[in-house]
Design a protein around this ligand. Structure first.
Ligand code: PLP
Length: 356
């Protein structure tokens, strides 16, 4: 079986005549732009935002292409990677007919985006060690399974998935394999972006929201073969990434060194935080993490969560999630924040001891 993009994509997308924006139809160096019903008088701000953004994200894609050693045509920019997840489902899944496969416990948006688009969800849990079960995944896919979502490093478990297993799935599956690398910058494993040339059905998602500290801008990136990128371009909202987001991300890319420093610091803090947590007797497991968070198993997760909220510290309660009973997910903060967290948890320990 071979991957055939043309067969996979929805017929209505193939037939679609994309919206042609003013900036698509003319992008030369005219002096006077009266083609887009913008306000030529400017903005009520120190800086003008009266012009629509570049719909093609040209400068940003060129920069990202150079940094990753790949072609401009292999890059798509979304309004956060959440938008790309939604667009991928819309591209391939006929509502009420097709489905996506996910491997719980994992990022919740795959399922939500599938639900919004009335796509079915096939679940193949990770193993007890949070590894991929690639045999079970291949068995569970049907002719209507269009996308497999894999998250590596995985949220909320923190571990990276096996590169070989991911590529084996990409080899044997006739649909599209999406690898969400939102946390790859915190991992010692390298990105799979270099594999897109070899695997025409591989889509790699990355984001500026985590390591790059730009969650408020909403900029996500997909790396894929040009056929898939062309299709994403056809269906995206014309101005999906704002001028502010494009300009600020370009500016941030000039400070790569400072991002590398932050990443190193977060990884150091991750180790310190893990050590501190392991000293607390009610913490049963601190799972190894390749990300900027730690998943921990505790006695009485609900109690710990509420105690922390009482101390005005909020972590993520994952205890209702499959394979994550009694688990909390804790983002690695600044040294001060992590100290406050550990101090609060030490007080919690003293409290349960005196109540015992
Ligand atoms: C945070 C997160 C995202 C969201 O990325 P945005 O670019 O902010 O939309 C995507 N995938 C995973 C696994 C995440 O944890």
């Amino acid at each position: 079986m071979v991957f055939d993009l043309n067969k996979l994509v929805r017929e209505n997308v193939k037939r679609l005549i994309s919206y042609s924006s003013a900036r698509d139809e003319y992008n030369g160096s005219a002096q006077i732009f009266l083609d887009a019903n913008e306000n030529s008088f400017g903005s009520p701000l120190p800086q003008d935002y009266n012009r629509y953004p570049d719909p093609k994200n040209t400068a940003l894609k060129e920069k990202i292409a150079t940094l990753n050693g790949i072609d401009y045509a292999q890059i798509f920019i979304g309004n956060g990677s959440d938008e790309v997840i939604d667009l991928l489902i819309r591209l391939f899944c006929r509502p009420g007919v097709d489905d996506v496969l996910i491997c719980p416990p994992t990022y919740g948006m795959y399922e939500v985006a599938a639900g919004i688009n009335d796509a079915g969800v096939v679940r193949v849990n990770l193993t007890d060690e949070f590894e991929l079960d690639s045999d079970a995944i291949c068995k569970a896919t049907t002719k209507n399974t269009k996308l497999v979502f894999l998250c590596s490093p995985n949220n909320p478990t923190g571990n990276s998935l096996s590169r070989n297993e991911i590529l084996n799935i990409a080899k044997s599956f006739v649909g599209v394999v999406v690898v969400d690398e939102a946390y790859v910058h915190f991992s010692d494993q390298s990105s799979l972006v270099s594999e897109i040339a070899k695997y025409p059905n591989l889509v790699i998602l990355q984001t500026f929201s985590k390591a790059w500290g730009l969650a408020g801008l909403r900029v996500g990136v997909a790396f894929a073969n040009r056929g898939i990128v062309e299709l994403l371009n056809r269906i995206k909202p014309p101005y999906n990434v704002s001028t502010v987001a494009q300009d600020m991300t370009m500016a941030a890319l000039k400070n790569q060194r400072s991002v590398e420093k932050t990443i190193a610091e977060i990884k150091r803090e991750r180790g310190r935080l893990a050590d501190g947590l392991l000293h607390l007797p009610f913490v049963k497991i601190v799972y190894p993490s390749d990300a900027n968070f730690l998943l921990i198993k505790v006695e009485n997760a609900d109690d710990v969560y509420r105690f922390l909220v009482g101390r005005r510290i909020v972590v993520r309660d994952r205890s209702k999630v499959v394979l994550c009973a009694a688990c909390l997910r804790i983002t690695v903060g600044t040294p001060d924040e992590n100290r406050s967290l550990l101090n609060a948890l030490t007080e919690y320990r003293a409290e349960i001891k005196s109540n015992a």
